[in-house]
Ligand binder design. Structure first.
Ligand code: GDP
Length: 221
C-alpha cells in the first residue's frame, strides 16, 4: 500500500469506528454468575477489564459519547457484575468488574476470577479483552495475575493505557516501552499498547476504529 492509500484506509477505519459508536447503544443485562450470561447467537463481544479506578467507566463513556453506560455499571450492586451493552446489535461491550482495590489483592483477584473465569472460558464470541492500565502506575501485580489468567484461557487481549494526559511525553514513552516489553512475554497479548485519555480524547477515535474492525458488518454491507 502506498502512503495515500494507507492514509485513506486509516481515515475509512476511523469513520467506521465513529459511526458504530455514534449509533444506538443499549444496556442488555447484568450477569451475577454463569447462568445469567446472555445467550447470544453469533454476536461479537469485546470486554473491558482493569483495576478499580483505572478509568474504565470514563473510557466507556468517552467511546460511546454517553453517560448511561458507566452510570449503569456503577449503580450500587452492579459494580461486581458483568454488564452487557449492545452497539446496534453489531458489537457487545462487556464491562467486567474492577479488581485490585482491596488491601489484600490476592483475595480480590480470586473473587474477580470467580466472577469472570466462567465467562472468559466459555465465550467463543469474545474476540478481545481491553485490559486497562493507568499510565501513571503501569502494570501492577494484580494486572499480571489477570494477564496470566487470560493467557490460560487463550483470550486475545490488548493493553489500553488510560489517563495519558496525566503523563509528560518522556515518561509516557518509557512506560509504553516497558509495558510492551512486558506483554511480549504473554502469548495471548497483542504486542502494541493503545494509549488513551478520556479527558483529552487522545486515542479514542483509534480505539473505536480498532474495535469496529471486530464488529459484525453493518446490515446491507
Ligand atoms: P473506574 O473505577 O475504572 O470506572 O474509573 P473511573 O472512570 O470512575 O475514573 C476514576 C477516576 O479517574 C475519576 O476521578 C476520573 O475522573 C479519573 N479519570 C478517568 N479517566 C481519566 C483521564 O483520561 N484523565 C484524567 N486526568 N483523569 C481520568
Amino acid at each position: 500500500m502506498n502512503d495515500t492509500s494507507s492514509n485513506d484506509a486509516e481515515k475509512a477505519a476511523l469513520e467506521t469506528g465513529r459511526l458504530l459508536f455514534a449509533g444506538p447503544c443499549d444496556f442488555l443485562v447484568s450477569a451475577a454468575d454463569e447462568n445469567d450470561l446472555p445467550k447470544l447467537s453469533g454476536g461479537t463481544e469485546v470486554a473491558f477489564a482493569g483495576r478499580s479506578n483505572v478509568g474504565k467507566s470514563s473510557l466507556l463513556n468517552a467511546l460511546t459519547g454517553r453517560k448511561t453506560l458507566a452510570r449503569t455499571s456503577n449503580t450500587p450492586g452492579r459494580t461486581r457484575l458483568l454488564n452487557f451493552f449492545s452497539l446496534g446489535g453489531r458489537l457487545i461491550l462487556v464491562d467486567l468488574p474492577g479488581y485490585g482495590y482491596a488491601r489484600a489483592p490476592k483475595t480480590d483477584i480470586e473473587r474477580w476470577n470467580e466472577l469472570t473465569r466462567g465467562y472468559l472460558k466459555g465465550r467463543p464470541q469474545l474476540r478481545r479483552v481491553c485490559l486497562l492500565i493507568d499510565a501513571r502506575h503501569g502494570l501492577k501485580p494484580s494486572d499480571l495475575e489477570v494477564m496470566k489468567a487470560l493467557d490460560i484461557v487463550a483470550v486475545s487481549y490488548q493493553i489500553v493505557l488510560t489517563k495519558a494526559d496525566k503523563m509528560k511525553p518522556g515518561p509516557l514513552k518509557r512506560l509504553i516501552e516497558e509495558t510492551e516489553a512486558a506483554v511480549a512475554r504473554h502469548p495471548a497479548a497483542h504486542p502494541v499498547c493503545h494509549v488513551t485519555s478520556s479527558a483529552s480524547g487522545e486515542g479514542i477515535p483509534e480505539l473505536r476504529a480498532a474495535l469496529a474492525a471486530l464488529a459484525e458488518p453493518a446490515p446491507g454491507r
